[in-house]
Design a protein around this ligand. Structure first.
Ligand SMILES: NC(=O)C1=CN([C@@H]2O[C@H](COP(=O)(O)OP(=O)(O)OC[C@H]3O[C@@H](n4cnc5c(N)ncnc54)[C@H](OP(=O)(O)O)[C@@H]3O)[C@@H](O)[C@H]2O)C=CC1
Ligand SMILES: O=C(O)CCC(=O)C(=O)O
Length: 461
């Protein structure tokens, strides 16, 4: 049993959530396994109806659940409510999948035969999710897993169990048969190995270190695995950019959701010809950000999620200063009990510095000067991460050059690196992602197995 606390006011306990033992995690896997044949064979309309009802309830309760999300994670109320609505949209979109699922029938190459290609559920799917999108990430993994007939064991972050609990409750009341969805709250290091060992597929979002451990364990058992890991996402400001727009995009990408997004902008690569004008405008806008109680409608940025994450952010900031990065704004913890950190901007940095190599996962961004588009693209691509990237430019040619040459899995033109749509594939390349994309048309690849059948019906022609 552990206390779930409000990061804006850590003395406020949101609830106590029982932590599962390894034996209970195994029981959940057993329940998912027992429910699998029934759910896998269920009528597509049944699956669609359940998912639609989940979306309906999320929508109807968006304000209430958004407030809960804000209290446990710390993003602003606008962002919290927005995340619940987005989760509703995901369930509504996924509700169409069981009805859309098709296959292929081709004439076989031997007379009197037909080749049929179809898809089946993978089986028991374990979903391991982080704290930064405590409703949307569980939603987008769960909705597609169930849509394609799999049964689920969800292990949310120990930091944000409340949203996952609400989602489990809604799924239960939406008519899902017992055992089709199981929630296991608790410590990832303790429960992780048993969960991975009992899964037919594992979908994980979180840190690269944990992702690698899950990958190694899954590969040893030849279990299907999908990892959505970190980013060090570059935003290029080209010399022809509309600077107001560029500042807006940088601000949103770096500081919305307190910078706690794998897609957050952390390296702002600015052409030297517009560097000083851009930095001056950006610092003015950062200074105007209202950091404080995320429940207050006037607040632009809430607290960091936890004391441990705040300590990590402050450590990264101190490290950047010791490397010679110049602080242009922020850098310190704010007064009070909450885990509030000033939005922080470094200038005079280069891409070799640790602050530009390792993910911070907080409201910290660095400006790196560049000499022209080729140089800017080379800097953008020189990273151990390749999740999201962006360019601000008025030119079609520079936009298209960037789109083609960026190594990232997501490319944004005149839009923030963070903030994705739910109906298109999402994911990174290289160490930022493994095992295929999530969402949209990509989800079917991970959550189903293919089958090719040869039917000899003896009727030639
Ligand atoms: N790419 C992204 O979207 C995210 C990246 N991060 C990065 O990760 C850092 C640490 O954040 P944190 O929440 O601790 O991220 P983790 O990667 O540690 O946690 C993500 C999920 O994995 C679980 N987990 C932890 N250890 C194991 C294990 N050995 N086997 C299986 N599951 C495990 C966690 O459980 P438990 O909560 O119990 O530890 C949680 O549910 C952040 O500072 C940030 O850099 C964090 C969140 C999201
Ligand atoms: O940018 C977004 O909308 C999604 C980000 C995300 O998936 C994450 O941070 O885990």
């Amino acid at each position: 049993m552990d206390a779930n606390r409000n990061p804006a006011r850590p003395s406020e306990v949101i609830g106590h959530y029982a932590w599962a033992s390894v034996a209970q995690a195994e029981e959940a896997l057993g329940a998912a396994r027992a429910a699998l044949p029934g759910w896998a064979a269920s009528n597509p309309q049944t699956r669609s109806d359940v998912l639609r009802r989940v979306g309906d309830e999320l929508n109807a309760r968006a304000e209430e659940l958004g407030a809960l999300l804000t209290r446990e994670e710390g993003k602003t109320l606008r962002e919290g409510v927005g995340e619940v609505r987005r989760s509703a949209q995901i369930f509504h979109y996924a509700a169409g999948e069981p009805l859309r699922q098709g296959g292929e029938a081709l004439p076989g190459l031997r007379d009197g035969t037909t080749a049929m290609v179809s898809r089946e559920p993978v089986g028991v799917v374990v979903l391991i999710t982080p704290w930064n999108f405590p409703m949307a990430v569980p939603a987008w993994k769960t909705a597609y897993a169930l849509a394609f007939g799999n049964t689920v064991v969800l292990k949310p972050s120990e930091v944000t169990p409340a949203c996952a609990w609400e989602l489990a409750d809604i799924l239960h009341r939406a008519g899902l048969p017992a055992g089709a969805f199981n929630l296991v709250v608790g410590d990832g290091r303790t429960l992780g190995p048993a969960l991975v060992d009992g899964a037919d597929a594992v979908s994980f979002t979180g840190s690269p270190g944990v992702g690698r451990a899950i990958l190694e364990r899954s590969v040893a058992r030849m279990t299907r695995v999908q990892l959505e890991l970190g980013g060090k996402n570059p935003l290029v400001v080209h010399d022809d950019a509309d600077l107001e727009l560029a500042v807006d995009i940088a601000l949103q990408g770096a500081f919305h959701s307190t910078g706690q997004r794998c897609t957050a902008t952390s390296r702002i690569i600015v052409d030297r010809r517009v560097h000083d004008a851009f930095v001056e405008r950006l610092v003015t806008r950062i200074a105007a950000l209202r950091v404080g109680d995320p429940m207050d409608a006037a607040t632009d940025m809430g607290p960091v999620v936890s004391e441990a994450q705040l300590a990590k952010d402050l450590h990264c900031i101190a490290d950047a200063r010791s490397e010679g990065a110049e602080l242009a704004f922020g850098g310190g913890r704010m007064d009070g009990d909450g885990y509030f950190l000033e939005p922080t901007l470094f200038v005079g940095t280069d891409n070799a510095m640790r602050i530009n190599r390792d993910e911070v996962f907080g409201p910290v961004a660095c400006v790196i000067p560049a000499d022209g588009l080729d140089h800017a693209i080379a800097i953008a691509n020189d990273s151990d991460h390749a999740l999201s990237s962006g360019i601000v430019t008025r030119g079609l040619a520079s936009a298209e050059t960037f789109r083609r040459r960026s190594r990232a899995g997501l490319v944004m033109v005149n839009a923030p690196t963070a903030g994705i749509d739910y109906h298109v594939p999402f994911g990174g390349r290289g160490p930022s992602g493994y095992g295929g994309r999530e969402q949209g048309s990509a989800a079917v690849e991970f959550f189903t197995e293919g089958k090719t059948a040869y039917i000899n019906h003896g009727i030639a022609g």
